[in-house]
Design a protein around this ligand. Structure first.
Ligand code: F6P
Length: 543
């Protein structure tokens, strides 16, 4: 069976590659995905569901304007939704979001060039406190990331999480109507949604992609409501992770938590007659679109403006683009930079650093702390080494539109992605895709999913400031030819698995795995269930 599945996936990839060669074009594109969907999902509606919306509407000086939310998940899935059409259900949290929707809470997206429908779900301030800031980001987020922040478990948060998941599920069901559909849930905010969807419509195919790490089973045991959460997750037909290790951790967690059959060989879980497949699919970015946007005259002009505003002159520029989150390792990165200037004083003034810090979850103390630590470290470094008119480290603390990131990527001679733990980290891939001259350098933490693929990046532990300082130096002083070869290699890896390859793999797996016959073990179990009235063992079994 495993062989059959692999053959199908390889055949799909081979067909796409051969089309690409025939048409003389490079990476898998939105058009390839659309063609695949026409061939294989004919008549099946796609409904994406996520907490964060791809576009928000906010009041501006000239009326309401839209903002393209720059998060990795939203930008990547926007490319998928544009290619396939359909509906995206998400929380409407822009200040002017309610003013632009129709009576069904719909707004066409992308604004001005509509390709799909955004259905907004409204959450109250209490929902925000308990479901979003509470259970999602004070319990699940620290539980799943190894950043040594203790999770907080509050029953009221859990109850709100359950309630909001049900409402997202109801909104998805309304969008589906009565026809066939594939509901594609995103991330840790929606662990229970599949249960409510399947309860109403068991015929729908439901897939969840978990964008953050999955911890080992011992850590997960801390969650008081783990059984209900796992039951919710196992209502999905397919669960995807970025890397193999997280899929394996998940299977072990299932085995430790619930009475169920965990089939490690086929990476599937069987429970109460339902099977959930568990797979890993490393996510990519829309390489062609990012490269095109990076070459636009307005992007080049914005890059020039940035260079002159920063008074860069001949100095080299380092870049960090992160939410102000304790998982992103900002204080650690800054300690590495400080050590760099201490150890290599020649570089003071010759290497400057631009940090984009996207304000995030500021209602939580841990996030305010990381913000304060970031401010303090930048101030200290600038006082120690910079001059008042040319600070060495510059912080842009703002939620940027994705288009505003491109001039920054272009300008950067080095991009530092030094998270303490990350499911994937798409900034690493966006930077590569937006660096057409191949002159950059990527400094990457081994604790990101991206490090599994981008092996030729400068891999360095964020916990070791000596190493960080030395890697910054090595990356800046590498001979131009070697640097170009390294970047070309990274670009090739990024091109080989775009967001559209990811989408085809996930959707193809959802389609073909559902068609597979039961495993031999399952067949055996069904026969024995029919023939023997023996009670099931209480203990989870693993095969
Ligand atoms: O890393 C997980 C993730 O969901 C990303 O995919 C996304 O960029 C980020 O968290 C969004 O966080 P929030 O929606 O809380 O701003």
């Amino acid at each position: 069976m495993k062989g059959l599945e692999r053959i199908r996936r390889l055949a799909t990839r081979a067909a796409i590659r051969s089309d690409q060669r025939r048409n003389g074009h490079g990476p898998t594109s939105g058009a390839d995905l659309a063609a695949w969907a026409r061939r294989h999902l004919d008549g099946t509606q796609l409904v994406i569901v996520s907490n964060r919306e791809p576009y928000s509407h906010v009041p501006g000086p000239d009326g309401i304007r839209s903002v393209w939310n720059a998060g990795g998940l939203t930008v990547a899935l926007d490319a998928l939704a544009r290619a396939m059409g359909g509906t995206w259900v998400a929380h409407g949290n822009g200040a002017a979001d309610r003013e632009v929707v129709d009576e069904h809470d719909h707004v066409p997206c992308p604004p001005g060039r509509p390709r799909y429908t955004l259905r907004r779900v409204w959450l109250s301030p209490e929902d925000h406190d308990h479901y979003y800031a509470g259970f999602s980001n004070s319990a699940l987020w620290p539980l799943c990331h190894i950043a040594y922040v203790r999770p907080r478990f509050e029953r009221a948060d859990w109850e709100s999480y359950r309630d909001v998941n049900r409402r997202f599920a109801e909104a998805a069901l309304e969008e589906v109507g009565s026809g066939p559909a594939l509901v594609f849930l995103q991330d840790y905010h929606l662990a229970l949604a599949a249960k409510y969807i399947k309860r109403a419509r068991p015929d729908l195919r439901v897939v969840l992609f978990w964008h953050i790490p999955w911890p080992n089973a011992e850590i997960f045991r801390r969650l008081p409501w783990r059984e209900e959460l796992m039951e919710g997750l196992l209502a999905n037909d397919l669960i995807g992770f970025h890397i193999h290790l997280h899929a394996i951790n998940f299977l072990q967690t299932v085995a430790d938590t619930l009475e169920t059959r965990v089939d490690r060989e086929h990476r599937a879980v069987e429970r109460e007659g339902h099977r959930t497949w568990v797979r890993h699919f490393p996510m990519g970015v829309d390489v062609a679109e990012i490269a095109t946007m990076a070459e636009m005259p307005e992007t080049r002009a914005a890059e020039e403006r940035l260079r002159s505003e920063l008074k860069l002159g001949d100095a080299r520029l380092g870049l960090g683009v992160d939410r102000l989150d304790y998982t992103k390792g900002l204080p650690e990165r800054l300690r590495g930079l400080e050590r760099f200037y201490e150890k290599y004083p020649d570089w003071v003034g010759r290497f400057r650093f631009l940090q984009v810090g996207v304000p995030s979850r500021i209602e939580l103390e841990e996030y305010r702390t990381v913000r304060t630590q970031t401010h303090e470290a930048i101030q200290r470094i600038n006082q120690r080494f910079g001059t008042p008119d040319a600070p060495l480290i510059h912080l842009i603390e703002d939620s940027l539109d994705f288009r505003d990131l491109l001039p920054l990527y272009r300008a950067a001679d080095l991009c530092a992605v030094t998270s303490l733990h990350d499911g994937m980290n798409l900034v690493a891939k966006e930077y590569i895709a937006a660096s057409p001259d191949g002159q950059g350098a990527l400094v990457l933490s081994p604790f990101t999913g991206a490090a599994r693929e981008l092996e030729r990046a400068w891999i360095v532990s964020p916990y070791d400031r000596e190493d960080l300082a030395d890697v910054f130096l090595a990356a800046l002083t590498e001979a131009p030819e070697a640097r170009r070869a390294r970047m070309a290699d990274l670009a090739e890896v990024t091109r080989r698995r775009t967001i559209f390859d990811w989408a085809i793999d996930v959707l193809e797996s959802a389609r073909s795995l559902a068609e597979l016959p039961p495993t031999r073990d399952t067949q055996r179990r069904r026969i024995s269930r029919r023939s023997a009235a023996k009670p099931e063992s209480r203990k989870a079994r693993s095969t």
